[in-house]
Design a protein around this ligand. Sequence first.
Ligand code: MN
Length: 751
Amino acid sequence: MEKNPLLQIGDISEIDAMVDVLVERTCGYMKTVPHEMVHDALWRAYEFAKKAHDGQMRKSGNPYIVHPVRAAEYLLMLKPDLVTIQACILHDVAEDTDFTIEDISKEFWSEVAAICEGLTKLSTIRYRGEERTVWSLRKMLLAMVDDLRVVLVKLADRYHNMCTLEFHPDPVKRERIALETLNVYAPIADRLGIFEFKEALETQCFRILYPEEYKKIQSELDELRDKQNLFVTKAKDLIRELIKDTLTVHDISYRIKSPYSIFKKMERKNYEHVSDLYDLFAIRIITDNIPHCYEILWMIHNSWTPIPRRFKDYIALPKENGYQSLHTSVVGIFPEFRNQPTEIQIRTPDMHRQAEIGIAAHFEYSETGKSVIANDTYWVRTIKNILDNVNEWQEFLSEMKVSVFSDQIFVFTPNGDIITLPKGSSPIDFAYAIHSELGNHMIVAKVNGQVVPLDYHLRNGENVQIVTDKNRSPSPSWLSFVKTSRARDVIRQFINREQRDELIDKGRFILNSYLEHNYGRVLDKDLSILRNLDGHMLDTKQKEDVLVQIGNLSRKPSSILRALHDDALRSLWERTLPVQVIPPKKGTPVVSKWTPETQQEIDDSIIIGWERDIPYKIALCCTPTSKDRIVAYVGHNGVMIHRYDCKSIIQGDLDRCIPSRWSNVPQHGVTFIIEIVVEDKLGVLRKITEVLYQMELNIESLSVAPFENGLGKNQLTLHTKDEDYYIYDRLIERLHFEVPEFKEGKLLSMK
Ligand code: MN
C-alpha cells in the first residue's frame, strides 16, 4: 500500500504525473462521473495548492506539495467523493500559506472550504505535553459530528506525516507525535471501522516507538513467510476442493496480523517468538451472499474440527463499528504442516468492503461526484451524546474510556499534563512513564493528595504525585506488578546491575519453590540441574545468569524446565514418579499406538504448561479424570494427557512431558508461612485481615502467641492463587503502609 516514503522527488513533473494517476484511480471507482469532471476537479485543486505552497519545503527536502498529493493518494483507498479529495489536496493551504479559507471558497465548492476550515481548527490545538492528546481527541470528535470527511482527510494527512516522521529532527517530538497518533488517531480509525487506516497508522507508530521490537518482529515474519505461504496455498486448494462448484467463491485470501498487534499479543502472553502465536494469520473466504456464508461454514465444520467458543457470528450480531463476518477456528487443515488452530473468516464482498474501509463504504456519488455520508450511525449518536452531556473534561475522559479506550487510563501529573497508561498500571508505571530517574528514586506516591501503596491500581482522571529520595532504588518485587514494558525494562536494567547477588538468591528461591512443588526436589549447591540448558553447557556464571533471569521475572521456571537436557529432566521425573522406572526402549514409538483409541478434545478444560486451547487427547492406558494429577505428553500425533503416575510415559522421552492441570482445579499458586510482630492494640488483627483480603490472600491457618511487652507474635499460613513469588515482599510493604501497629515480618517458608 505504501510507496517508498523516502523517495526523493526529482522535479515537479513527477508530482504532476502522480496527480494524473490519482485522476485515473478516481475514475476507476466513480463510474457515474464524467472523466473530464474528475480531471478538472483534481487538477484545479492541485494547481491551486501548488501555487500556494510554492517555495515551501518538507523536512525531507521535497517540495511541500508532495505531502498533500501523497495524502490524497492514500485517501483514495477509501474511495471518497471529489469534495474530500479536493479538500485533502488543499488541506494545508489555509494554515501554512498566505491564502485563506475565503480564497478557497471563491474557487471551490463551499463544502471544500468547510472541510479545510474544520481541519484548520483541528490543528490549532497547541497544548503542552500529553494534555494535547485529550484535547485533540475532543476536537476530532466534534469535527466528526460536523462532517465526517474532515476526519478522513485528517487521518490521511497524519498517515503521510507518520511515514516521513524520521525526517523530524527532534526525537522527543517524534515520539510525542507517534504516541498521539497511537492514542488518538488509530483508535478513531478503529471506531470508524477503517481497519486499513488503523493498522497502517499503528504500524508506523510502532516503527517509531519501538524500533528494535519492530525489526525483530519483521525479521521473524520474513523467516516464517515461506512456510506460511506453503500452508496457505495448500489450505486454499483444500477449501476450493471442498466447495467445488456448488456455490460461488470470489476469493480466498489471507491476512497476517499486523506487527503492532503481534507485539501487543506477545507482551500480553509473554511470548518470545512470533511463531508462538497460533492466530498469526487468518484465511478469508469471500462468497456472493449471506446464505452461502453459512453454507461454507457448515462445509468447513464438517471437514475439520471446529474449536468450541471460537465461532463468532458477526453477521447476525455485527460489531459496533459495523463489522460483519463469520469467524471460526478449526484444526486439521493440512496437519502435516500445522496442527495449531487456523482462523477462517467468511463474508460477502459488501462486508469485506465495510471491513476494510468501514464508514467510508457509505460514500455514494452523485453525477457531480459529491456525496453525503449519513450522520445517523450508531457511533455518531454515541459520540454526540457524550459531547452534549459532559462539560467537565475529566468526566469526558472516563466516558471515552468506555467507548474508545477500553484498555487505557488517563491520569494527571501535578502540572495537569496527562499521562496515558494501560489499565491496571501502578504509580510506579506512572513514574517511569515520565522519567527513568523519577521511577528509580521514588519513595512515596500520592493519589489525589493521599498516600497510596506502590502497587495501587490507578484509575481514570486521578492526580498522581511522586515523591523521590535520591538514596532509594527500585525493588525487584516491583516487577511482579508493573504493567508497562518501559517500567519493567528500566527496573531490570537497574537491578541487574546493582543487585545481582540478591537476584541470584531470589532466582534460586523461586526455582526451588517451583521444583519442590512439582517434583519434590530442590537445587543442589552446584546447580547441576542447569548444567545443560537450551542445548548449551553452562559454566557457574552462566548458571547464575539463569537465576538472575528467574529472579527478575524475565524467565519463568516452567520455561527453564522445557529447556533442560534429557538427563536432568529424567532425574527429576524419576525421583518424582511413584512407580518403578522401566528403562526406555530406544526407538520404540510408544505413544503412536494409542492414537486410534483416543478421543480428540479441544477445549480449555486442561491447561498445558501455561497454555489453554491446545488440542489434546486423553490417553486410554490410564484414562485420567479431573480428580487425578495429570501430565501432558507431546508425541508425534499431538498432545496426550496421562495420569501423573502412568507407567507408559516413562517409556517415552521424558523431555516431552509438560506439567499440566485441570483448569477447574485452582492453580497451585504460592503458599507461604510468615511470622509477624504487631503492637498489642485493639483491632490490629482486623486491619491485617483487611490487607490480606485486599491482596486476595487466603488465610489457611493463623496462630496467635500471647503478648509480651506489648508486642504480639502471629504465625500465618497464606495462599495466593497467582504464581507470584514476590508476594511476601509486597505484603510486607502493604502492612507497613496500612497497619501502623505492624512492626516486623519474617518469611518462614514458601512453596
Ligand atoms: Mn498536512
